[in-house]
Design a protein around this ligand. Sequence first.
Ligand code: ZN
Length: 247
Amino acid sequence: MWLVVFVFGLFIGSFLNVCIWRIPREESVVFPPSHCTGCGRRLGALELIPVLSFLWQRGRCAGCGAEVSWRYPAVELASAVMFVLLFLRFGWPEFVIHAVFFAILLVIFFIDIDHQIIPNRLVLLLLGYSLLIQVVWPQVAWSDALLGGLLGGGLFLFLAVVSGGGMGGGDIKLVAVLGLWYGWAQLLLLMFLAFLGGGLIGGILLILGIKKRKDGIPFGPFLVLAAFVVTMWGRQLLEWYLRISGL
Ligand SMILES: [Zn+2]
């Protein structure tokens, strides 16, 4: 069964690639059909097969020979692995509600890396989806969800003001929606992990000279990674923390 989920995740990942490329360019994600960004040639059915088409074409467009970024198969694989992990964690059918949530977050992850923005329509989509799920399949109590949203949005708004724009408007909105989804307690863990990850990776990039202090590193990807860790292992992490802290 997990193999079916894996292959399904690959095809979803292929569509997410289209979203990552087109949404920041304000293009439709359904029309026109997938084409080479080099020569505009429409892709054939075989070329739409995730990962494998990249391998047998040796990462080049069959029409113009333009190099195809390794990012495309990487996103497809990331999507597939993410789907399998969620499936193993939640089982059928609950994993679907988390898979949709993280499909949207995966798009946000890469758009923020590429453009240092988190498009409003994606945050709105995530907000609408969170509210819908909170109604049909509640993840946390409403009071907890609202407190989480206020806590996350409020804290990041405060950080944006005191850091003079180090935290963007997109981050504030994203973390508010994450607070709504996770509730305040899990959101605290999520923010802790995101700052930990951001600090570590940011420090490493500075030391290696890949980034300079003034460059600024998008924070959205760290929020997304932390969200995934909390969804997968949040409960164990909290229990482990309570045990070692002797509370
Ligand atoms: Zn081409």
